[in-house]
Design a protein around this ligand. Sequence first.
Ligand SMILES: Nc1ncnc2c1ncn2[C@@H]1O[C@H](COP(=O)(O)OP(=O)(O)OP(=O)(O)O)[C@@H](O)[C@H]1O
Ligand SMILES: [Mg+2]
Length: 348
Amino acid sequence: MMSQCRKPVVIEDPLQKYIDGLSQQVPAKLDPHVYHTAHVAYNNVVKTSKSQGFIISGESGSGKTHTTKVMIQYMLQLAAKRNRVAAGVSGAESTTIAVKIENADPVLEAFGNAKTRNNDNSSRFGKYLQLFIDVDTGAITGAEAKSYLLEKVRVVQKATDECNYHVFYLMMAGLNATRKSALHLDGKGLDYFKILNTTAVRDEEEDRLTFTKLEKAFGVLGFVAETVNSIFQVLAAILHCGNIGFGSETNASLDIDDASLVAAAQLLGVDKAELRDKFLEGGIKSRTPAVAHETRNALCKYLCVGAVGFGTLHIGCFVCSDRKVHKRTRTDFSQVRLRLQFHRRKGE
Ligand SMILES: Nc1ncnc2c1ncn2[C@@H]1O[C@H](COP(=O)(O)OP(=O)(O)OP(=O)(O)O)[C@@H](O)[C@H]1O
Ligand SMILES: [Mg+2]
């Protein structure tokens, strides 16, 4: 029989030990740890004013993302300690920057991470993170995260037991009925949407909680409600686009009142007939269902990159140091809408 009063195993985080130990004139003898690596790099920047870099590599599930978070957390705490005694950035300001840096993760991971066979939170893109340190005060004054090479194909195609990007499941679990209705998602489960359908097990309650964290993170990073709603509109449009079929005849066909087409067109702010024609017509020749399907998939991938700002749009670029840059982040998001309006005008 199992014991009723098992004590939880408490593993002490040695972070404070490294912060205190390594600041001494003669450092205490400490075990090898990424805290040590982060400490040495931070000190080198402050002492020499020269940039330091880490390359964190390894196979999927080996702990790259976790290690990155641990190192950033360590440097934030180390900088906060130094900053308490240094002039320059006030304590309140540096706390705000630290909170913003921490809140970049929920956003980056919602849009760029997915459940795979190897890792429930696998990053499907490359990341280049920069921390900016004021060498006079030791304060961390900003951060920037650039994302590269998002695995776009996952939006429309994934292996058995794997999932699409977290954000789709989070919004399905976390949006309330009114917001879902505005996105034509009400009354529809995960299995309704072909690109979400998965044999992998998902925890709806956990997705709901993660969605709450995502919305909070959007707020902390300065995304206004209108921007967040535009992002969800584009994501919902991708879900509806993924459900559009083109028949089995030689020439692709699509009913003008197809529910998925109507919903996608409305969410993208484009005319449904124009959108249908773009799927069906390839120059002077009509498309086969397979080619129309490919065209539809290409649009889903393009919208996904645009909606979340991977690649050239740099939307996933969070510089947390000043208002001017926040404005830039919002401007980048609004470029997605501008592009959509461009499509409407050009009929692309
Ligand atoms: N040092 C650690 N202590 C405790 N848990 C860890 C540690 N390193 C990694 N993990 C856990 O292992 C799992 C995989 O780690 P992580 O997501 O960081 O891998 P990854 O290298 O980024 O993989 P991918 O390439 O798929 O993104 C996570 O659940 C993470 O919390
Ligand atoms: Mg990772």
